[in-house]
Design a protein around this ligand. Structure first.
Ligand code: SF4
Length: 426
């Protein structure tokens, strides 16, 4: 062994929460690699552990604390990043004194330099954060933040407190970054933002940004997450429909079908205006499929409110829904509301909603049997590959040919609970 060789630095990253957090973890991993760390698959093999935390629901927070406790006497360097760090700050270090650093979402670029420093707490707003260009992570499907934070303050949501107010990145920076990622081999781009379609930088709005991204050579599919119905304009819908590279999958978070609850949630739309947007999406975007997010058991939700949610789910026929019981978040307006719904009742409603959605999903998936769809193959699996249709439906493919990274016509022959199974057409 070379006497001068530096001992290898090994880091493990555990991510909780949403796609934004997973994307931040990709950035942290790349920054660490650039600082001569190797990223390992198991926490036990690492000398540094980064927890990228989430506070959107109680469940993610509790899971993090129980996992953190396991490392109290491990002697490993523990860095806690993400939304919980922003909220807890020094309190987190007081609760877990063995933690080495607490880093809010706007300080992730500092992580490599603080690992070898003393105890550090870096939270709050960081004006320099928006100036960073994100390191390319060399993937076929790459995510790019186009904006940060959210200024909508839905009454149940902690994001505006953890991620700060909405700030959109310069279109030139986004263009250059995607161009670089495309040249490194990416074929699919996912534009990310907490309220992604509220993007605006001077004269460039979200629709204009989509047009700009569509012109980047090498990019074949454009996706975006997560739009807010209140920020979805007719112009955006028309533009998405007119750009062949935009996938016809719109995730449109409904949250509730009751106008009374939507008002309490401060969502900025009601069931009628929501349904109008659905109608426009179906008219302007060919073969569009819709998915959604729903919160069950928001404070004061009655059986009648819940039935109105079921009605919209049935009327729209969502392809799939991300469904959760309401989780009380400290510091939000909804946490102070009286008449919080009993947990068991929320769970019972959630079970009913899930059962209903599963039936709709099964019916929708069945229509694919026998069809030939274009699949972008982006994962290797045992015995073959998996990929996604233009509408973002996962297709598992058995094949011994090299399909990775290709767009392949696939014949669907089997339907599973949430995915399709297909073979190459001869
Ligand atoms: S728009 Fe989304 S991220 Fe913003 S406050 Fe509402 S739920 Fe939270």
């Amino acid at each position: 062994m070379d006497k001068n060789a530096q001992p290898q630095k090994l880091a493990y990253i555990k991510t909780f929460g949403c796609q934004m957090n997973f994307h931040d973890s990709d950035i942290i991993a790349e920054l660490l690699r650039q600082a001569d760390f190797s990223i390992v698959e198991k926490a036990d093999d690492a000398d540094t552990i980064i927890f990228n935390t989430c506070t959107v629901r109680d469940h993610a927070e509790n899971k993090f604390y129980s996992e953190l406790g396991r490392y109290s006497k491990s002697g490993k360097k523990i860095v806690v990043a993400g939304c919980l760090s922003q909220i807890e700050g020094r309190g987190l270090m007081r609760r877990a004194p063995f933690v080495h650093a607490v880093v809010g979402p706007q300080y992730i670029y500092e992580i490599p330099s603080i690992i070898d420093a003393g105890k550090v707490v870096l939270t709050g707003d960081n004006p320099e954060f928006y100036l960073n260009s994100q390191p390319s992570v060399g993937k076929l499907s790459a995510s790019v933040n186009i904006m940060y934070g959210c200024s909508r303050f839905c009454s149940y949501c902690i994001v505006p407190y953890t991620r700060g107010k909405e700030v959109s990145r310069k279109p030139e920076d986004i263009y250059n970054e995607i161009n670089g990622i495309a040249q490194a081999g990416a074929r699919e781009i996912i534009l990310l933002g907490q309220n992604v379609n509220a993007y605006r930088y001077e004269e460039t709005d979200f629709a204009a940004l989509l047009k700009m991204v569509a012109k980047i050579p090498g990019i074949s599919r454009i996706k975006f997450l997560s739009p807010n119905p209140a920020s979805m304009t007719d112009r955006q819908i028309r533009e998405i429909g007119s750009i062949p590279k935009c996938v016809p999958h719109i995730h449109l978070p409904l949250q509730s079908g009751s106008d009374r609850i939507l008002k309490l949630m401060k969502r900025g739309y009601n069931s009628k205006t929501y349904m109008k947007k659905v109608e426009k999406i179906e008219n302007y975007i060919k073969d569009a499929i819709l998915t959604t997010d729903i919160i069950v058991g928001f404070p004061t939700e009655t059986e009648d409110d819940f039935r109105q949610t079921l009605k919209i789910v049935g009327d729209v026929g969502f392809f799939n829904s991300f469904m959760f019981c309401y989780s009380k978040r400290r510091g939000t307006e909804a946490s102070l509301m009286e008449s919080q719904v009993d947990t068991e009742l929320s769970k019972e409603r959630l079970a009913r909603l899930m059962e209903f959605q599963e039936k709709i999903t099964a019916k929708k998936l069945t229509k694919y049997k026998g069809r030939i769809v274009s699949v972008f193959v982006d994962k290797r699996k045992k015995g073959g590959f998996s990929g996604r249709t233009r509408q973002d439906i996962v297709v598992n493919i058995e094949s011994d040919k090299e399909l990775f990274g290709k767009f392949v016509p696939i014949e669907i022959y089997e339907i599973s609970k949430h995915t399709l199974k297909g073979r190459e057409i001869a």
